[in-house]
Design a protein around this ligand. Structure first.
Ligand SMILES: [Zn+2]
Length: 216
């Protein structure tokens, strides 16, 4: 089974993907992290990441394939996090997986209201020295307004309310169409993302197990 986890910025999907991957023995396919690591050695990718340009879809799939192969992950038991973000990326991903005899089985959607997303993201603080990210509500530093490394914390431009609302609009216009498409196909698992981390992950796992039982 292959899954995609989706949710607006601040939905906690990275955290959930990690927990679910561990509990179900899935490979956590984190495309953003993959590209950031690649940017360290690949000048072209570095320039694209720096300029905020998107890596072309077909190219991203090639990198994902290489990343999965390098990690001996195969093309099954994957959870995609951060990719796809548009309907055309989703269709390309499905086409590529089908060429490997696999598919996307379910899409997990963490539903979080816009106000909650804004509240969570505007509580984010980044260390100016080591880059560690904290959240004043959910993951506060042990020292007040300072990183554990001693560095000063600041609010990134990305985490200010106006910028957050702009990013949420992009999510609604570009990523939501994937959710509507898979809802019609009966492949959507929609969960309330405004609960405690472990309540959400237990809910997701229970619902995935229920689906798998029904299909077997
Ligand atoms: Zn630090």
């Amino acid at each position: 089974m292959n899954y995609i986890i989706m949710g607006p910025q601040g939905s906690g999907k990275g955290t959930q993907a990690k927990i679910i991957a561990e509990k179900l023995g899935l490979f956590h396919m984190e495309s953003g992290k993959m590209l950031r690591v690649m940017a360290k050695t690949d000048k072209r990718i570095r320039n694209m990441v720096k300029k905020g340009l998107l890596v072309p879809d077909r190219e991203t799939i090639n990198y994902i394939e290489k990343h999965l192969t390098d990690n001996n992950a195969g093309f099954d038991n994957l959870i995609f996090d951060g990719y796809p973000r548009t309907l055309s990326q989703f269709e390309l991903l499905v086409k590529w997986l089908r060429s490997k005899g696999k598919d996307i089985d379910y899409i997990i959607f963490l539903n979080v209201s816009e106000d909650e997303s804004v509240k969570r993201l505007s509580s984010r603080r980044t260390c100016s020295k080591c880059g560690e990210v904290y959240n004043l509500i959910t993951n506060p530093p042990s020292k007040q307004n300072a990183c554990n490394c001693g560095g000063e914390l600041f609010q990134r431009e990305d985490d200010k309310p106006d910028t957050i609302r702009k990013r949420l609009n992009i999510f609604n216009s570009q990523t939501k169409p994937i959710i509507e498409k898979v809802r019609e196909d009966g492949k959507l698992i929609e969960v309330d993302g405004e609960r405690d981390i472990d309540v959400i992950s237990n809910d997701i796992i229970a619902r995935l197990k229920e689906k798998n039982v029904r299909h077997n």
